[in-house]
Design a protein around this ligand. Structure first.
Ligand code: TXA
Ligand code: MG
Length: 324
């Protein structure tokens, strides 16, 4: 694999030049950072899989500037998905629609649908509008690890493997997009994410959830063990106390909100002191990384959030991180 002197910068034109040359670059989105390549160039897309060490059966989301561009890559746009796209794009929503032939097999892992998303980040929008092709981009982490929410996170794991990381600051949403499709007259949610289920149901009516798939998944991001830190993680149900054992010894504690009932703790991260789910989601992955990398921590314990709004996506990621 080629070796690069990886640069971090805030210039969409530099990112565009590398992408035009068939290389991969790190890009900001409002959810997490992506590892982007020209989605219409199979040779460039192949490099995404190599760099991430990602199995070829796990397809990639294609990023577009908006609905008009998205329609070029779909042979059909089911009405409920169009309605969602009109309402929530640009934003943390990915739709699975029948794919146009122009999308390479590699991008969809041979599946009949392509995943399309218009990201809301202004820098990503500027980049997409400067290009004449859409961007295939998975989260910019090695396969199975926690997604990056800053340019530095991307650098820490992919330096040397890509020429450029486009820095757009810390991600505002902090968890990946919600993935939605349409099957047999039903809206189906395959991955909980940055667009709350309640908002989707408010638009389309009740949806079906298809979240856990262990083999040949429709959305392999839903493999049970995913988004995982390297250290073992246990979940702490609310509002119970700490699990048995000595909580003070080398345990990194990830709390949803501040709690007075726990012993003073050396390694404690409070996701949102006031208990705001959007703030907790925004900080989740950076906090997991911090505890995963702390020298004085051997095991992680995370408090489960209320199962509503973005709390569902947070809990989903925590459960998958704990499943090993
Ligand atoms: O917020 C996000 O969605 C971020 C940013 C960068 O846009 N991207 C992201 O990509 O999370 P990734 O590859 O880490 O997760 C995308 C998930 C994967 O689990 C993949 O299996 C699923 O989407 N997916 C992509 N294309 C698909 C397709 N054609 N059919 C079914 N599932 C698909
Ligand atoms: Mg990912």
């Amino acid at each position: 694999m080629a070796h690069f002197q990886t640069k971090i910068g805030a210039d969409p034109a530099t990112a565009a030049q590398w992408l035009l040359a068939g290389e991969c670059v790190g890009i900001p989105t409002e959810t997490v950072y992506g590892l982007a390549a020209n989605a219409l160039n199979p040779a460039a897309v192949v490099r995404i899989f190599e760099i991430k060490d990602r199995p070829a059966f796990d397809p990639l989301i294609v990023h577009v500037s908006g609905l008009a561009q998205a329609e070029r890559y779909a042979t059909d746009f089911p009405a409920p998905l169009r309605l969602l796209a009109e309402r929530f794009w640009p934003g943390p929503l990915t739709v699975l629609v029948p794919r146009h032939d122009i999308i390479p097999d590699l991008v969809t892992s041979g599946l009949s649908r392509v995943a399309l998303r218009a990201p809301a980040h202004p820098v990503a929008q500027a980049l997409l509008r400067a290009l004449h092709f859409p961007l295939a981009a998975p989260s910019a982490n090695p396969f199975g690890y926690i997604s990056p929410t800053t340019a530095q996170h991307v650098y820490d794991q992919l330096q040397g493997k890509i020429p450029y990381i486009l820095d757009g600051g810390p991600c505002r949403v902090g968890v990946e997009s919600t993935i939605v499709g349409y099957e047999a007259g039903q809206v189906v949610v395959y991955r909980l994410g940055g667009l709350a289920l309640e908002q989707i149901e408010h638009t389309t009516g009740p949806v079906q959830l298809q979240l856990n798939q262990n083999s040949n998944p429709a959305a392999p991001g839903m493999l049970l063990s995913h988004y995982a830190p390297r250290k073992p993680l246990t979940l702490m149900p609310r509002p119970a106390g700490l699990p048995a054992g000595d909580p003070a010894s080398r345990t990194g504690l990830l709390l949803f909100r501040d709690r007075a009932d726990l012993p003073a703790h050396t390694r404690k991260v409070v996701l949102s002191p006031s208990g705001d789910l959007a703030e907790a989601a925004q900080r989740l992955f950076a906090a997991l990384r911090l505890l995963d990398q702390a020298d004085d921590v051997d095991v992680l314990v995370a408090e489960v959030c209320p199962e509503e709004g973005l709390g569902r996506a947070i809990n989903d990621r925590l459960r998958r991180a704990a499943a090993r």
